[in-house]
Design a protein around this ligand. Structure first.
Ligand SMILES: [Zn+2]
Length: 532
């Protein structure tokens, strides 16, 4: 599906550096395979440039570019990163520039010095030498057929120290044929008004030049600084997925992109690509092995979660009362949480979602709200445990009977030196009507053994249970201050061929908590089937 572009809409190019600057993030180490997978995600997301790494700096990046060469990208161009030539060597003799030519990417991005102090003290070159190094390097790469993006390192700090010199370095790169001059807030300390004033001066100084922005988040302004730069005339934004990067990270493209498109009405990615935003975030979390931040703007699990009773009733009437954007636009979902703040409206909203129709009965509503609050005091949390919530409503409102009755169970865990690992065995006695079943089963762990024994007992009465599987099992200690007497909360995720549901159990004993969640998982499946 092609997006209809209003004519005359300004186009903003997105330059992703997750695979280069993003990998500077503490705790992130990507294999070549991970990097290639992330390239696929970025291409699907619709970024225009993917910076793959710094060839010549390490063998992993060399291998990446070798393998990336055969990728068929639908959208993005691959870019390789490097620096301007060394001070006392011609551009065609420089190893780092040679590596950029060798990797055969259509784009090369090189950084050079903009801050006079860095030129004289870090490079130990004269100010004029540095201008020549920039011009030579850009011209050399251009002569090899590359599209060259010039990164002006420390531009904003350099501009403060000596603006005339900082501007001269840009002129040097532009004159030598750079496609874009990207202004870098390398130390990440700039604020939006500072960025704004500086970009304005650069734009007036080189009105013909295409400008870009590369920001870091040390003052928590990376996204704001990027957006402000665009407002002042930059038409390329560099950043990373989920804001990965060294120290406090780079500008988070996942926040930049929807702001450009929906709040500034600029052309950057299509509607379909935008719908992939949330998934893109999760994939990159997966590949970088970073736990997703639930509260990440736009894409976080909680980004459109409503908990306060007043909010919920307002959102139920009109979503925009407490939402800055329709979550579906960025591939995210609105969530209504049942919580201790829960008023009637949360419970009703949730009930509606699950087609539990009891809102016309005010007594029933009060009963459910009261019960939910009591259970939350004991440590239950119905966020993510919709199965348990529906059962609770069903029991309270319809006084429904349980599908089976536990008589007793026993779980044995045995460790034997002769056998590697542990063996768990569950023995179980349950009644269905006036029939009593007595079963035994072994499992990978005590919960698995209980699950198997329970199904063995129930499947002849309820054959649809064969279609149900346990997907995930999460345990959290909830009253840590109480030491060993702390309670645990067990959250089970189950599914059948059609749905997924979560159930919960709370107890000081992990087996008991697991059992509660397991019983709810089975009962919810049976309740759900009976409604059809
Ligand atoms: Zn950077």
């Amino acid at each position: 599906m092609k997006q209809q572009k209003p004519s005359g809409q300004r186009k903003i190019l997105l330059y992703d550096t997750t695979l280069r600057d993003g990998t500077q993030c503490e705790g992130v180490s990507l294999s070549v395979d991970d990097k290639l997978r992330i390239v696929g995600v970025l291409d699907k997301l619709g970024v225009h440039y993917i910076e793959g790494g710094w060839p010549g700096s390490n063998p992993k990046d060399e291998e990446f570019f070798q393998r990336a060469h055969s990728l068929k990208l639908k959208h993005a161009k691959l870019s390789a990163f490097g620096s301007t030539r060394r001070k006392d060597c011609a551009a065609n003799q420089d190893d780092s520039l040679a590596a950029l030519v060798r990797v055969k990417t259509p784009v090369a991005c090189i950084f050079g010095k903009s801050w006079d102090l860095h030129v004289t003290h870090a490079l130990r070159a004269s100010l004029d030498d540095n201008l020549q190094m920039i011009a030579d390097s850009v011209a050399f790469l251009k002569s090899k057929g590359k599209e060259v993006i010039y990164d002006a390192e420390h531009f904003f700090d350099g501009f403060k120290a000596n603006y005339q010199y900082a501007l001269a370095t840009l002129k040097s790169a532009w004159g030598a044929g750079a496609r874009n001059l990207t202004l870098c807030d390398t130390n990440g300390g700039s604020l939006p008004h500072h960025i704004s004033e500086t970009v304005k001066v650069v734009k007036a100084f080189l009105p013909e030049a295409s400008l870009g922005i590369h920001t870091h988040n040390d003052a928590e302004c990376a996204v704001a600084n990027s957006l402000e730069s665009v407002r002042q005339g930059c038409d390329l934004v560099q950043g990373t997925i989920n804001g990965l990067g060294e120290r406090c990270g780079n500008a988070n493209l996942l926040s930049v992109i929807p702001a450009l498109k929906y709040k500034m009405d600029l052309d950057c990615v299509s509607d379909d690509q935008m719908n992939f935003l949330t998934e893109a975030s999760r994939y990159v979390c997966e590949y970088t092995n970073i736990v997703p931040n639930d509260h990440q703007p736009y894409v976080g699990h909680s980004a459109f979660a409503h908990k306060g009773g007043v909010h919920v009733s307002a959102v139920a009437r009109h979503a925009s009362t407490y939402e800055h954007l329709d979550p579906a636009l960025v591939g995210n979902k609105r969530r209504i949480l049942i919580s201790e703040l829960a008023g009637r409206s949360n419970v009703l909203f949730k009930a509606k979602e699950f087609h539990l129709d009891f809102e016309k009965d005010p007594k029933a509503v009060e009963k459910v709200v009261k019960h939910v609050k009591e259970m939350e005091n004991q440590g239950y949390q119905f966020e993510g445990a919709e199965g348990s919530f529906c059962l609770l409503v069903d029991r309270l409102v319809h006084s429904s009977k349980p599908y089976f009755d536990l008589k007793s169970f026993r779980v044995v865990v045995e460790k034997d030196r002769q056998i590697s690992g542990l063996v768990s065995e569950a023995t179980l006695k349950v009644a269905v009507g006036d029939k009593v079943e007595h079963t035994v089963a072994e499992g990978n762990g005590p919960v698995d053994a209980l699950d198997k024994a329970l199904r063995r007992a129930l499947e002849k009465f309820y054959p649809s249970l064969k279609k149900m599987t346990l997907m995930d099992f999460k345990v959290r200690v909830i009253d840590a201050a109480a030491g060993t007497a702390a309670k645990v909360r067990v959250l089970l995720e189950s599914r059948d061929h059609k749905d997924e549901w979560g159930t919960i159990g709370v107890s000081e004993n992990i087996i008991e908590a697991s059992w509660q969640a397991l019983v709810d998982a089975v009962e919810y499946k049976l309740l759900k089937d009976s409604k059809k």
